[in-house]
Design a protein around this ligand. Structure first.
Ligand SMILES: NC(=O)c1ccc[n+]([C@@H]2O[C@H](COP(=O)([O-])OP(=O)(O)OC[C@H]3O[C@@H](n4cnc5c(N)ncnc54)[C@H](OP(=O)(O)O)[C@@H]3O)[C@@H](O)[C@H]2O)c1
Length: 199
């Protein structure tokens, strides 16, 4: 399969590449320093990416930014980054990407445990992650040409605990390699409309 991997240089993305590259052609994508560049918060940038990559069999997005801030300091504007980047970035990858996707292609998005198990400063993350998981369930039943869509909702990663530990006390971190298996299940299996919770 030709797999477009957005966020390939990241903690999750690099584990996905390790899992899938031995069996597939993986195109590494990020804002900087990869085979191809995209900013998922910019629809024009997404369209140009697909015009360069051409048809594909699977798209994985392991990227997405939100604002972390205490709720009592948040205003409506504090949600703008998460809505524009992690939420609509991934939605637009499907809306634009479906024009370029081969029959039976899959889309796999990244959410996170905060949708159901919230943390301090995580209101925007919870909102966005829950929205993407809901979008996946809805989009799956209307996907044409046998196309599929799933999300992966990881717990905090072992490899991210250096910086995230103070925000995730009491959470049991999961190794990136275990998270990567959920992406393999989405890409190489047949399920659709699923949210794979890891850890
Ligand atoms: N790490 C965890 O414990 C954890 C747990 C659950 C969920 N998640 C979620 O998983 C996603 C990835 O997390 P991560 O820890 O692997 O992140 P990371 O290590 O910071 O890597 C992020 C990757 O995404 C790319 N990227 C960032 N913003 C982008 C944009 N607007 N357009 C295109 N590419 C972009 C980065 O490329 P550049 O460096 O070139 O910008 C990088 O390759 C995030 O949405 C995060 O919320 C993470």
């Amino acid at each position: 399969m030709k797999i477009l991997l957005i966020g390939a240089s990241g903690t999750i993305g690099s584990a996905i590449e390790k899992e899938l590259a031995p069996r597939h052609e993986v195109v590494r994508i990020g804002r900087t320093g990869a085979d191809e560049h995209v900013d998922i918060s910019d629809s024009d940038s997404i369209r140009k990416l697909f015009e360069r990559t051409g048809p594909f069999d699977a798209l994985i997005c392991a990227a997405g930014n939100v604002t972390f801030a205490p709720l009592d300091e948040m205003t409506g504007d504090s949600f703008a980054l998460g809505l524009r980047d992690k939420l609509m970035g991934q939605v637009n990858l499907l809306l634009i990407g479906r024009e370029f996707a081969n029959d039976g292609a899959s889309f796999t998005f990244t959410t996170g445990i905060t949708s159901i198990d919230p943390i301090r400063t995580g209101a925007s993350a919870s909102l966005v992650n829950g929205a993407i998981d809901a979008f996946v369930r809805a989009a799956a039943i209307e996907m044409p040409r046998g196309m599929r869509v799933n999300s992966v909702s990881p717990n905090v990663l072992v490899e991210a605990m250096d910086s995230y530990a103070p925000y995730f006390r009491g959470f049991k971190p999961v190794p990136a390699a275990d998270v990567a298996l959920a992406y393999a299940k989405s890409v190489e299996g047949l399920q659709t409309g699923q949210t794979y919770r890891v850890g």
